[in-house]
Design a protein. Sequence first.
Length: 98
Amino acid sequence: FAKKHRDLIPLNDIQFKQLTDACKGHTYGERPECITINTCWDADRLDLLRVGTIPDAKRLHNKEAKRIANESDFLVLGGFDSNSQNPSPFNKITSIFK
């Protein structure tokens, strides 16, 4: 998909290769040495709360992502709705960790 629509994605060639490598190896790939790809994968895995899955620290790469998962510190990820009468779904999910 990304290669087909390359002209719509404003990245330089190196960044675009990182994007395609990250997508290609996302589910079953081995841990890459590229910190950008590791960070991308960690961000996605930390966002698994949106579908009710608690992130597993063993599947995360960087130290802070592992800390967040190990300590169930998901509130640091944001998701706070400024309209207190309409709390975000993220807040509902993370309320179980309070």
